[in-house]
Design a binder for this molecule. Sequence first.
Ligand SMILES: [Zn+2]
Length: 53
Amino acid sequence: MRSKIKKCKACNLYTLKEICPICEVTTSPTKPARFSPEDRYGRYRRALRQETR
Ligand SMILES: [Zn+2]
């Protein structure tokens, strides 16, 4: 099952529309719930940790 929720990368607004009502830019489909936006930072942090090891 796919989520229809999309996200604007410019203002981080979640919307169902293809175009952000605020920025008027194309929104991106959100990833599955397992891959939350916060995971991106966690992944970043993990990469940094490996580098500093
Ligand atoms: Zn926006």
